[in-house]
Design a protein around this ligand. Sequence first.
Ligand SMILES: NC(=O)c1ccc[n+]([C@@H]2O[C@H](COP(=O)([O-])OP(=O)(O)OC[C@H]3O[C@@H](n4cnc5c(N)ncnc54)[C@H](O)[C@@H]3O)[C@@H](O)[C@H]2O)c1
Ligand SMILES: O=C(O)C[C@H](O)C(=O)O
Length: 349
Amino acid sequence: MIMNRLATKAISAVARTPSSRGFSTTSAVDAKVAVLGAAGGIGQPLSLLCKLSPEVTELSCYDIVGTPGVAADLSHIPTKSSITGSLPSPVSWPPRGNGGLAETLTGADVVVIPAGVPRKPGMTRDDLFNTNAGIVKTLVEGCAEYCPDAMIAIISNPVNSTVPIAAEVLKKAGKYNPNKVFGVTTLDVCRANTFVANHMGVDPKDVDVTVVGGHAGITILPLFSRVNGAKFTDEELEKITVRTQFGGDEVVAAKAGAGSATLSMAYAGYIFTENLLKAIRGEDIVQCAFVESNLTDAPYFASPVKFGKDGVKEILPLGELSAYEKKWFDKMMPELKNQIKKGVDFVNN
Ligand SMILES: NC(=O)c1ccc[n+]([C@@H]2O[C@H](COP(=O)([O-])OP(=O)(O)OC[C@H]3O[C@@H](n4cnc5c(N)ncnc54)[C@H](O)[C@@H]3O)[C@@H](O)[C@H]2O)c1
Ligand SMILES: O=C(O)C[C@H](O)C(=O)O
């Protein structure tokens, strides 16, 4: 329930904000958000949503291409947040300062990372590892140097490996705070909510599915047994569970070589980010996230997490799984642990 209430509130905030007449005055405290990979399929709409958000006062967009244009474009939207766009070289919009990662990250409260290549049909998320592991490593090294206290929200796939990569990079730099590094699994929750609401014939805002595990195929485990009033035949439950686990593949297939989910991910990334900013401002927030965790014998696990101003405040108990969910849980664990280990080894070997 909590996440959906927040999602609804967040959307109504957006709906109010982009008036050509005025500027939102909702946020009381300055908050800088940096989007790394901001010129990409996710990065552009995510940056747009951040520019519209009353929770963001400063938005810095970074990519290896295109960000001066993205920033100049977004800067014409009449919301009160300031905006910059930087490339790795000292090129930025507006043309001042040194650009680069240093300017992008210095002073950031939240860093959101959708940088990296997306899947094509026939690929798994793990097939992205060779390219994206290095990208995430370099960007998080920048975070360690320029914004060691920021919360880091990782979207780049494979999330089950890129989050451990980020943690190991920060450990090496002596800057790791496990409460401030998260993999974004919100899109799995969005999909589960949408699919179950369609099944039940209710408004998606009235359901909030807990999704645990990781973010790849069978490591995604939606706990539909906890949805009040939901009734499934065995066949229906299997269908909706597998559809949630492989929702990403559905989009990759439909895009037919042009990438993976971007618009729904921008929405999900924005909800996650805005919730972090609300937590920083003192609201108690509960949302699912892939974090360092001792709930299971996997060192990282996605589950409902309570967030406060310093990041993770409490990882909520997993609770009891149904027999059907336990079957998936047992199947998922070896895969999840392998993908985590692959990320840890990438930095240390
Ligand atoms: N966590 C999730 O639920 C989820 C959902 C959808 C997509 N994703 C992942 O998000 C990533 C991005 O997807 P997309 O569709 O936006 O891809 P995209 O190719 O459209 O955009 C990626 C952007 O990253 C930039 N980039 C590459 N190397 C960079 C670097 N070193 N520094 C800064 N920027 C760099 C590219 O220039 C590009 O603009 C993919 O890995 C995809 O699998 C995750
Ligand atoms: O499926 C993908 O490769 C992108 C993303 O992880 C998703 O779940 O949509």
